[in-house]
Design a protein around this ligand. Sequence first.
Ligand code: GLA
Length: 384
Amino acid sequence: MTDVRVKAEQAFKAHFGANPEFLSYAPGRVNLIGEHTDYNDGFVMPCAIGFGTAIAARKNGTDTMRVLAVDIDGDTDSFKVTSDMDRHPDKTWSNYLRGVTKLICDKGYKFEGLDLAICGDVPLGAGLSSSASLEVSFGNLVSQAFGLNIDLQDIALIGQAAEAFIGCKCGIMDQTISACGKDGCALRLDCRSLEKVHVKVPAGLEVLIVNSNVKHALVGGEYNERREQCENAAKILGVKALRDATMDMLNAKKDAMDDVTYRRARHVITEDDRVLAAVSAFEKGDLDELAKLMYASHCSMRDDFEITIPEIDGLVEIIREATDGKGAVRMTGGGFGGSVVAVLPPSDVEKVKAAIDAKYEKIAGRKATIIETKACDGAVFTTL
Ligand code: GLA
């Protein structure tokens, strides 16, 4: 398979009839643990993956971005560089670029138009942050091409705000890991202070992603609804965010909230503890402990946060069974479809693959896609 960077450069030449001046790339991510904790000011532990979004570009001397989306069937769009940005009525892919452009303008930075060819290989709707990789790749490109020197964490914040421009009130995890990931490491991110600690993936363990091929869509109801439920719980508990609450505090106020609100809060409060415990299990290379924590995280997403679906629950159980209950596995990402992530010794990978081949189609009516990856670096910009 040809690298997306090469494809973006080739497509640029063919479409714009000139050589690109710049090449920007940012990866997708897989979250190892800490789901729906980021917008509650809590902790997460994602890593960047070996799939991402490449953009080949050249300044065009106008006030307009002209864009070719190589893998959206060669679709195109153009829009002015301005704060006064409209959303495109149906080109969602372009709205990420429009949002990032608007947000950089809003910060008072001055820049001009680019011709752009975009090519990505993060599977869409798989819970692996294809949109964050596009936002970060594009934001960093604009910053570097025009010498704006916007720091990578700020690029991530711009990407997050672009999601809100489109309609998803997401947290800061995806864009931060896409911008700041480090080869061979997961990131322990404190989503309040944005403090980062790179934690080495233990030697002898492999990250395996299994895409259920049930697509999820975060722009829309259920994600924002979960966020509101969490904010409501924090209000009832009298804390700034659920990060500041403990299970004792929640139990003391159990009668002041409905059962759904209680369970949403329980997921977030216990998940924050699991992230911190998983970081230390990672540091010790303690796979048994990691497996316990990841499965507890999965059950909490399934029963309390209610964001898993039967196909995903089935995949998790198939992988657990294939590893005699020892495999570290859970759903990853926003939920309602998407992927599961497993951390396994390489010797388990073949039997896990065989079990998925034998059993998943029967429960889901479709095949799963297995993605082997290592933890990768974050955003990279090159002048060609
Ligand atoms: C999506 C959002 C993130 C995070 C996860 C759930 O990926 O973009 O901010 O909330 O869902 O952990």
